[in-house]
Design a protein. Structure first.
Length: 102
């Protein structure tokens, strides 16, 4: 294996490792923990190049940190979506588009 190929693999895999480290600290069923870890790894995969460029940090370190904390971001976003009054919001948008008074 070429050393340069290994560096690329390690950089891309760092988000998965960060998600796996933080899975120990999650609560809930195994299914929920695995799905949250997978979500954190996806967040790390897509957000790491941008954050690494903006913050000037190495991609491996940034991938690990985003993978570790990306799970918390996904978890809180999901909780917020579950608590949001989506039907009422859609009704308000439709009323606004149709021009109905409040």
């Amino acid at each position: 294996m070429n050393f340069q190929d290994f560096d690329v693999f390690a950089t891309e895999f760092s988000g998965v490792l960060g998600a796996m480290v933080s899975i120990r600290y999650l609560q809930g069923s195994w299914k929920a923990r695995i799905s949250t870890a997978t979500s954190g790894a996806f967040v790390a995969y897509y957000a790491t190049p941008y954050l690494s460029t903006v913050l000037g940090a190495p991609e491996g370190l940034m991938g690990f940190l985003v993978g570790m904390f990306g799970m918390a971001i996904v978890s809180r976003t999901w909780e917020a979506l579950q608590m949001a009054p989506i039907p009422a919001l859609w009704q308000a948008v439709l009323d606004r588009v149709r021009g109905k008074p409040r």
